[in-house]
Design a protein around this ligand. Structure first.
Ligand code: URA
Length: 454
């Protein structure tokens, strides 16, 4: 990227400006990101700049400029020739968050095509690609041509990000990971939104998680991140709705890949847990109303349509078609008992009668890693069969001896580690009644012509 004639570009100067709390121009941000992507700015300068951003923040303009500079650093998918209007969703990550597996087939059954690029598990949070790979043969690595072809033919495809999608973000994220520069709202918001915008979407529903099991522990932090992402989307000409949803306890019952696929299939058959079913209906409805091509233009009619797509089997049919088209074994979808199962299963019971006060989603996610169902380092192998079932919700009344957790493992030592953690850190039972948690805390939405919080 060429600097404008009035500005001479220098990495040191750009770092110094941010250090001194001065806003950077669009040209300066474009230049810095383009030079870094071309390996002409070394990691130590980029790291210094990232730390200055963490400490001094960015304006809305700077955050949007950074996002678009990262979008332009690589390929951008153009879906306009295969779908009339692309609607996507993104979750900031949680435990038991199998939402995409159910929401996307519902949305497609309601007439809205979805071509989604998803991620893998990271830390204690699960990833859609790993869950789908529990199904034998399921292919997530698709060429962009095949991705678009499936979007056109079936209106539903879920794949991994293509290698050259927002490479500036990939490199900066890896650098942030080892330089203490992850926790910054402008950096997180621009990182997430650059990948969404580069993957060709017209509108996005963001599921921003709040609580122990998510990256944003407080409602104020989650609101800040949601607002920043909505603003970036609006500035880039996208319609965006952000839902702030609870992640203090796991979503649904299961956490762990094949267990979650099984629960997703049950939910598509109308037999899912209440909290997870209500969660997917809301996310699906928000996606449906974002499309100007939707038959359902009010949130109530979209919720009804989403429920109907479960009841009449059409959403399950879309899921089955997607699995078949991406090489997965549909016998496992028709008979979920054929999905991988673990050798050992042990239960944890309530040690006293009372009301469940804590079901710590972070510790439950860590217990899934303990048994081998998640990864702590990039690219590490995972065991699809293992995981943790949480049979209660915060606020439930339990009797001493009631089963709270079921832990599935293929290795006794790993099983013992998970059991110890859950016993010691994940569960608290109070003698006094405890209020349950809401599913959603707030909705923040914006479209290129207006921006509202309701
Ligand atoms: N997820 C991302 O994609 N980027 C971040 O910076 C944090 C979470």
């Amino acid at each position: 990227m060429k600097p404008s004639s009035s500005e001479t570009m220098s990495a040191v100067e750009i770092i110094s400006l941010k250090r001194d709390k001065k806003p950077l121009s669009t040209a300066q941000i474009n230049w810095f990101i383009a030079e870094y992507t071309a390996d002409r700015i070394p990691d130590y300068q980029a790291a210094a700049w990232l730390m200055a951003v963490v400490l001094n923040g960015m304006t809305r303009q700077e955050t949007s400029d950074l996002t678009l500079a990262m979008v332009r650093s690589g390929d951008q998918a153009d879906l306009s020739d295969v779908v009339p209007y692309a609607v996507d969703k993104h979750s900031t990550g949680g435990v038991g968050d199998k939402t995409s597996l159910v929401v996307l087939p519902i949305v497609v059954a309601c007439g809205i095509p979805v071509a989604k690029m998803s991620g893998r598990s990271l830390g204690h949070t699960g990833g859609t690609l790993d869950k789908l790979e529990s199904i034998a043969g399921f292919q997530v690595e698709l060429s962009i041509e095949r991705f678009k072809q499936l979007a056109k033919e079936n209106h539903l495809v879920i794949a991994g990000q293509t290698a050259n999608l927002a490479p500036a973000d990939r490199n900066l994220y890896a650098l942030r990971d080892v330089t203490g520069t992850i926790p910054s709202i402008p950096l997180i918001a621009s990182s997430i939104m650059s990948k969404k915008i580069a993957s060709g979407t017209d509108a996005i529903v963001l599921d921003v998680k709040v609580g122990e099991g998510s990256f944003m522990k407080s409602l104020a932090e989650a609101r800040g991140l949601a607002t920043a992402m909505v603003e970036i989307g609006v500035d880039a000409g996208k319609a965006v709705t952000a839902l702030l949803s609870d992640m203090s306890q796991p979503l649904g019952i299961t956490a762990g890949n094949a267990l979650e696929v099984r629960e997703a299939i049950e939910t598509l058959h109308g037999e899912g847990p209440n909290d997870f079913t209500d969660h997917v209906i809301e996310i699906a409805a928000q996606m449906i109303v974002l499309s100007p091509h939707s038959e359902y233009q009010t949130i109530e009619s979209a919720r009804d349509a989403a429920r109907q797509a479960i009841q009449d089997g059409s959403a399950f049919g879309k899921f089955r078609t997607m699995v078949a088209a991406q090489g997965g074994d549909v016998r496992q979808v028709d008979n979920p008992e054929l999905l991988p199962t673990a050798e050992f299963c042990e239960t944890i019971t309530a040690a006293q009668s009372g009301y469940i006060e804590r079901l710590d989603a972070l510790q439950i996610g860590q217990a899934v890693i303990d048994v081998g169902g998640g990864r702590e380092t990039k690219g590490a192998p995972i065991d699809h069969a293992v995981g943790v079932e949480t049979l209660h919700k915060i606020g439930d009344q339990v009797n001493r001896g009631d089963i709270v957790f079921r832990v599935h493992a293929n290795d006794q030592a790993r099983l013992a580690r998970a059991i110890k953690r859950l016993h010691e850190k994940a569960l608290a039972v109070a003698t006094e009644p405890v209020e349950g948690r809401p599913l959603f805390y707030d909705t923040i939405s914006g479209s290129p012509s207006h921006h509202t919080s309701r």
